[in-house]
Write a protein that binds this ligand. Sequence first.
Ligand SMILES: *[C@@H]1O[C@H](CO)[C@@H](O)[C@H](O)[C@H]1NC(C)=O
Length: 222
Amino acid sequence: MRIHLRAVPIASLGLLLLVVGLGVQAQDCEVNMEWVGVPPDEYDRRFASISEPDGRPLGFNRSVIPYVTEGIPNPCIRVTGTEDRRVEVMAESTPVGSTICTYRQGGQLECNAAGIYFCDQATANEIKYEFLCEGTSCEQTDVPFFFRFTISPPASEMDPELWCDNRDTGEYPRTLSGPLPPGVTMAPNPQTTRSRGSSHNYAAKSLLGICIVAITTFAINY
Ligand SMILES: *[C@@H]1O[C@H](CO)[C@@H](O)[C@H](O)[C@H]1NC(C)=O
């Protein structure tokens, strides 16, 4: 009983150290890139910018999460000038679908296969974001990804909380659409739905027809 009572505070301390340790580790990656932003009114909205090595589609930049992490560090990007600001973090793998992750300032790992999005109050004048990849989609190759950090205007100009609420959370490079091949015109979406619907109708009608024939045959024979 005595041992148990003594073990409790020791275990708590151990747990605390572990949590603190993980938190520190999360933000303590070795910086290998400095974030250079693009002013929003200068965003490149061309589809072609996605495949240009120096392209900045919608202000995003690109990097690669290495498949073999031994010896090759994960991207660790430093964002500066964040004091008293909100920071919006967006990232998506290319092609979309690999579960990429980054640590939030509190040490919480944020992962998303459809695209990372969060908007946080900065707790310091610089924040490091390490990007890593999780899951089977990352086990065989390097994972290229796009990322973007946007820092809110000073609080004197705009309520930081409102700023986060008013952001366009769906503005990823994948939303830029490509040019159509020559001679092809884009079919409006409703038509695609309708044609799919009509093929269902066709199947339903065929089934109904078969049933009627079967019932009729049955009735005639008996
Ligand atoms: C992003 O891309 C530009 C090229 O437009 C490059 O000069 C810059 O260093 C890149 N890195 C970061 C982390 O912004």
